[in-house]
Every structure is written in C-alpha cells, then in structure tokens.
Write a protein that binds this ligand. Sequence first.
Ligand code: MN
Length: 206
Amino acid sequence: MIFTLPNLPYNYDDLEPFFDKETMKIHHTKHHQTYINNTNEAIKKLNKFKNISIEELIIKLDELPPKTRTFIKNNAGGHLNHSLFWKFIKKNVKINDEIKKQIEKNFNSFENFQKLFEKIAMNHFGSGWVWLIKKNNTLSIISTKNQNNPLMGKKHSEYSGYPILGLDLWEHAYYLKYKNNKKNYIKSFWNIINWNEVNLRFNLKN
Ligand code: MN
C-alpha cells in the first residue's frame, strides 16, 4: 500500500477570507504531497510497514531502522498531521453543546480556552503544531515541534495524548496571507473550526 493525498471535503476557496485559496492549494498539493512522497519512498523497501495505516506507522517508530527513523517520523508525521488538519477546518459549523461543555469544564470558560490556545500557539517558537488533546478524560492544550504528533508518544514527541483539534504553526500555513502576523492567523482559526470533527474525536477516546 502506498499513501495517497486525501481529497479535501471542500474547495480551496471555501475557507476564504480566513484561509486563502492559494495557501490552501499549495499547502495541500505541494506541502502535504511532499510528505506523502517522502514517506512512500522511505518505506518502499521496508516490507513490515507496507500495509499499515499512517496512525499505525506513527506509533511504531521504534520498530523502524534507526537510519531512516527520523526521516520517516518527520514525513509520516507530516502526512498524518495534515490529514487531520483538513478535517479540523470547515466553514459555518456551530459549536455543539457536548464539546462546549467539556471545554468549559476543563478550562473554566470557552474564552479561557481560546486565550490559552492562542498563548501556547504564540509562544511556540519555530515550526510545529498546537493541539487540543484528550488523555485520561482530561483535555489539555500543548504544542509540538516540527511534524511531531502526541500520538507518537512521549519518547518521540513532547507529549502523549489523543489529538482532537490541531492548528498548523508552520509559516507555510499562513505566510502568503498573514505574512509575519501569526496572531491574526491563529485568531482566524476560530471562524473555521469543524466542531463536529472535534466532538467526534472527543468521543473516540477516553
Ligand atoms: Mn503544513
């Protein structure tokens, strides 16, 4: 099995004016595609990893040959993170009561949650991701470097947990439209969160 670029459930310009058409197109067809190509090339000769899903691959990093482990971690991480990211965004999705209550329970208020999410995203230096994760029935906000994902576990990522929402903090995700204004990019995210997906993932794991 080789990994392939997932189709987006919307058009490149559907998230305007928050995420612009050109960025969406390059992000999907160039950046994401490159992570996929690199992963496919690297696992081509590793029979053991031929028929596994990207989620399985990401939790089996220890079983990879040390020589290619970091390369596969970065690129398979890139494939997984972007596959998740496209599902986390959609226009005109109203937050539903269940996930809203859970957020209020864990962060005191929805406004506090937003403030903390923005703060952690802003304080993340360099490329990476900010995540809302679930672990032992508790929600928390964390950030990871490069293409690390909390599903990789603590040994390979900074945190372990189940991501239920995430935002790409690489400059390629916002530079065309927002230039150096990372804050406005982060704030724009609130307009296009697919809360149905967040709620769905919240209910998948304890
Ligand atoms: Mn990206």
